[in-house]
Structures are given as structure tokens and as C-alpha cells.
Design a protein around this ligand. Structure first.
Ligand SMILES: C[S@@+](CC[C@H](N)C(=O)[O-])C[C@H]1O[C@@H](n2cnc3c(N)ncnc32)[C@H](O)[C@@H]1O
Length: 306
């Protein structure tokens, strides 16, 4: 369970969710028809060791019960991660094409876009996350000899605190347009922390700014209660992890970004994940509800502009 001051590193609590999505991206990248290829995702997992490295080992036997290998959940979640990578890669390229040169990746985790995308000259990318997560990322990428493709600044913050001051102190300029990326974050914020985040994004956004955000709609309360109860099946792929994950999220009381930002003078729309997957030729089987602990029909990806 969460509390207002909880903390984590890359292998614990909310930090491990960054490894989980990176592992899904790394596995998805092995598909010859991959929707997106994040070549650093596997590098992070190998460096993390344990189950994360084992997922990429030739001997798949040791991870046969890992949720990312579960037939119902694994391929769907990998597709989801690859699709969301593609959506936000395209989003950032569009913002760059429109002339935006200041990018802020909020809750960057193991996002490798500052090393992966072909940024126009003069682009500055700020990455916000907890210090231990950023430390892990920096050390792994340095060991791998990776070079950033934009001017990159790490900003170690807790997004429940006053992170705007830290961002400004690192050189962020609120007078020029920004492309914000908020991917895989807001489910881990309380409704108040999310409102504060939206207020701050709006206040720091000059006209011409962009926001790309991934969100999950509220899970039915009965379903959520079941999700937080660990499976008692010893052969379950889940191994209690779905319940652990459900315990990290704040399920109720959130306003979707489009509903919040449009009355504040922004324009844009959200795309449902199922529709987006279908547009990429990766249809989710009709009528598919929660799969393991993931219901794709609740997920959406939005692009909003000021
Ligand atoms: C699921 S990961 C997503 C990482 C990345 N955006 C991606 O999609 O690969 C969630 C990230 O949010 C970060 N995070 C969650 N709550 C945070 C907070 N209060 N302050 C700073 N970082 C936070 C975690 O450290 C983690 O890196």
C-alpha cells in the first residue's frame, strides 16, 4: 500500500513498474513486425539482473511463470507498450516538426527517447523522476556507451512536491513552448497530486505547448477489489504481482486530461488503446475484458495543444 511519502528504487514499489514496462518493450522489440523498437529496454533489464535479465535469457524455462510470459496477458501487454511507445515517439516528432525545442519527460523512468530519437539541433530534454531511478538509468547507459541525441538534463524530484522550482533551476524556460510527456504516471498519483500536476503543467506551458499523456479510466470498484486480492492458485502466472500492482495505483476520483485541459484553453483528443491497436493492425479480441490485471479498454493516449 502507498503513503504520501513513500520511496522506491528501480527494483521496488513504483520504481519496479519502470522495469516492468521496459521489459515489455524489450520483449516486444524482438518481434520482427514490432510496432516500435526501444533498443535500450533490454539493456536496462540485463543490467537489473534477476528476473529482468532472465526474461531475455536463451533458457525461457526460468521465467515460464512470469506475468510477461502469460499467454493471456504477456503478448497483449507487450503490444500495448510497443503501441504506446510508437504513439508518443510520433507525438514528439510532430511537436519537433512544429518547432518545439523544449521537451519534459515527466516520470521518465527508463524512457530512452533522449538517446533514441533524432532530435533537431537545439533540442533540450528534461527528465524528471526519483533520484534512484535516474541514477540507475545514467549508470547503465554510461556503461553501454550510449550518447544522448539531445541536450539532456536530469531533474531528481518527487512529483508530489514542488518540482517546478527544480525544473526551472535546471534551466527550463516557461516562456517558450514545451512538449510534455506524461506516460505511465498518473495512475500512481492521488487525485490531488494529479490535479496539482495538471495545474503546474498548465502554468508552465507557453502558448504553442504540447501535452502527450497516457491514462487509465476508473476500474469498476468490484473488479478493483478483486484485483487487490492475490490469487491463491499456486500455478498462476500472476504470482501475487497483479495484486501488488493494483495496490500501487489510485483508482478513483481522477479527471481525464482532456476534460481538465480543454476548459483551460487547450485543444485535442484522446484515442482509446483498443482503437489505436486496431489502427495498427493489432486488434484486441472482441469482448476481451480484464486480462490478468490489465483491461485495454480502460487505457487511452491523448495529444493536447495549448
Ligand atoms: C510505469 S513507470 C513509467 C516510466 C516511463 N514513463 C515509461 O513509460 O517507460 C512509472 C514511473 O513513474 C515514476 N514516478 C511515479 N510516481 C512518482 C513521483 N511521485 N515522483 C517521481 N517519479 C514518480 C516512477 O519512479 C517510475 O519511473
Amino acid at each position: 500500500m502507498r503513503n504520501d511519502n513513500d520511496s522506491w528504487d528501480i527494483k521496488t514499489s513504483v520504481g519496479a513498474t519502470a522495469l516492468f514496462v521496459a521489459a515489455a518493450r524489450g520483449l516486444a522489440a524482438r518481434d520482427p513486425q514490432a510496432l516500435a523498437v526501444d533498443r535500450f529496454a533490454e539493456v536496462f533489464c540485463r543490467a537489473a539482473g534477476d528476473e529482468w535479465a532472465a526474461l531475455f535469457a536463451a533458457d525461457a524455462e526460468q521465467t515460464k511463470n512470469h506475468p510477461l510470459r502469460a499467454p493471456g496477458f504477456g503478448p497483449l501487454f507487450q503490444n500495448f507498450q510497443a503501441a504506446r511507445t510508437r504513439y508518443f515517439d510520433d507525438y514528439l516528432r510532430s511537436a519537433a516538426d512544429a518547432g518545439v525545442r523544449q521537451v519534459v519527460i515527466v516520470a521518465a523512468g527508463l524512457d530512452s527517447r533522449a538517446y533514441r530519437l533524432a532530435w533537431p539541433d537545439g533540442t533540450v530534454v528534461y527528465e524528471l523522476d526519483r533520484s534512484q531511478v535516474l541514477d540507475f538509468k545514467r549508470e547503465v547507459l554510461a556503461d553501454a556507451g550510449a550518447r544522448a541525441t539531445a541536450e539532456r538534463h536530469e531533474v531528481a524530484v518527487d512529483l508530489r512536491d514542488d518540482w517546478a522550482s527544480a525544473l526551472r533551476e535546471n534551466g527550463f524556460d516557461p516562456s517558450v513552448p514545451t512538449a510534455w510527456l506524461v506516460e505511465g504516471l498518473v495512475i500512481y498519483l492521488t487525485p490531488d497530486a494529479q490535479s496539482q500536476l495538471f495545474e503546474t503543467l498548465n502554468a508552465l506551458s507557453a502558448p504553442g505547448s504540447w501535452l502527450g499523456i497516457e491514462e487509465m479510466a476508473t476500474i469498476d470498484s468490484g473488479v478493483y477489489a478483486a484485483m487487490t486480492t492475490p490469487s491463491t492458485d499456486p500455478d498462476s502466472y500472476d504470482q501475487g504481482r497483479g495484486a501488488q500492482w493494483a495496490g500501487l495505483i489510485y483508482n478513483e476520483g481522477k479527471t481525464q486530461a482532456v476534460q481538465w485541459f480543454l476548459p483551460h484553453g487547450w485543444s485535442g483528443a484522446a484515442t482509446g488503446l483498443v482503437d489505436y491497436l486496431a489502427s495498427l493492425g493489432r486488434a484486441v479480441p472482441a469482448g476481451k475484458g480484464p486480462v490478468g490485471h490489465f483491461d485495454p479498454s480502460l487505457m487511452s493516449l491523448a495529444t493536447i495543444r495549448k
